[in-house]
Design a protein around this ligand. Structure first.
Ligand code: GLA
Length: 374
């Protein structure tokens, strides 16, 4: 073979190698950009961890908010539409329109649904506690009404709602008391809690059932909640987990308190879902009031940085506990609207979420989504 032929073979081989390398590089780039959380949404970045959810109302299911929901989230909770007063305002009269719209939006877009909630002391219709004579009903009547409500609602969404907040906020805020002195408790005693879980389980044995509460990281309340959960587990009540509402702030919880709570509850063999996450820029206040004249509600750069750092910390902890944390849901979509704009201080704007009023990502968003680069 002549030297010239060898040379041209070598050139051809080098050329083939070059083309192959180019092709591999292009494929690698494409794979990288497809995986990149910046291109996609929170739900994609957290695919190997847990679903990322958001609380919605029907008005959010159109326009720019709907686009944001579809891009960023793969779990949905009805902010109000499934609460007892909304669904059964009068005995036997069920209002399904809003709840149905939310569930069909989710089903159509491959989004999971958390049901919220089946038994609570708020947003509950008065009729449920009263007889025709206007007097308080007996325990037997109230439990029968609770059973009818839970059975009807859980049945309707069987197979579509994968997890339910069965009982919401049954623990008293006063550490000297155990259970909240609600109408449920006054009429039924402690027993209504176990019964609610039993009714829900009978209606959909496939649904995961949660007890949901707030301030779950404060040691005194944590221990009260632990006591309730342990007694339910000991009695063989069908409960799968505990919902930490996570209405948090720049001040609390700290990392230790958050870890201790997760460890404590999961030691009972229960799963944990973060069900109502938002991070207020203001310290907690015990009672409601109106915004004072001149009181600032500006979202300063300093507050934005602090909030981003806090979100980074809580998500770092969530990721570490991915074996027990099975959902992280934000309470509302963006700072355009949050229930914290009116609570606890009426008329004071809050900025508790990952997206600003124009639905643009805030610093906190980048902290939450870019964890792989750290
Ligand atoms: C509690 C309830 C939620 C919601 C918030 C306030 O956390 O569980 O359904 O009402 O309060 O918006």
């Amino acid at each position: 073979m002549s030297q010239a032929t060898n040379f041209s073979k070598l050139i051809r081989s080098l050329w083939v190698c070059f083309l192959l390398l180019m092709a591999i590089n292009t494929l690698a780039q494409r794979a990288k950009s497809e995986k990149s959380p910046i291109q996609k949404g929170l739900k994609d970045a957290y695919k190997k961890y847990f679903p990322i959810g958001v609380a919605v109302a029907v008005r959010n299911l159109h326009g720019d908010e709907a686009q944001l929901i579809k891009k960023q989230f793969n779990s949905i909770t009805a902010e109000n539409a499934m609460k007892m007063k909304a669904i059964q305002p009068q005995e036997g009269v069920f209002y399904w329109k809003d709840a149905d719209s939310i569930v069909s939006f989710a089903v159509k877009n491959g989004i999971k649904v958390r049901g919220h909630n089946l038994c609570w002391h708020e947003q509950t219709p008065d009729w449920i506690f009263k007889g025709d004579d206007g007097k308080e009903v007996t325990k037997a009547v109230l439990l029968q009404r609770l059973k009818t409500h839970i059975t009807t609602v859980v049945n309707r969404y069987k197979g579509k709602i994968y997890a339910w907040d069965v009982v919401n906020e049954a623990i008293d805020d006063d550490p000297n008391h155990f259970l909240r002195n609600s109408k449920w408790y006054q009429i039924c005693g402690e027993n209504y809690i176990a019964k609610a879980f039993e009714y829900a389980h009978a209606a959909d044995p496939g649904a995961k059932l949660y007890y949901n509460d707030y301030n779950t990281e404060r040691p005194e309340k944590r221990e009260q909640i632990y006591r309730l959960l342990k007694s339910l587990k000991d009695k063989g009540v069908p409960i799968d987990g505990v919902g930490l509402q996570a209405h948090w702030s720049l001040q609390e919880p700290n990392e230790d308190a958050l870890r201790s709570a997760i460890e404590r509850y999961s030691s009972l063999g229960l799963k944990i879902q973060i069900t109502e996450l938002d991070l207020s820029i203001y310290p907690w206040e015990p009672s409601k009031r109106i915004k004072r004249p001149g009181e600032s509600d500006v979202f300063t750069a300093e507050l934005e940085n602090k909030q981003a750092a806090k979100y980074a910390m809580v998500f770092k902890v969530f990721r570490e506990y991915k074996k027990v944390i099975t959902n992280v849901t934000f309470w509302n979509i963006s700072d355009r609207y949050s229930w914290l704009d009116e609570f606890p201080v009426m008329g004071r704007k809050n900025y508790p979420l990952l997206f600003d009023r124009n639905l643009q990502p805030k610093k906190a968003y980048w902290e939450v989504i870019n964890f792989k680069n750290k």
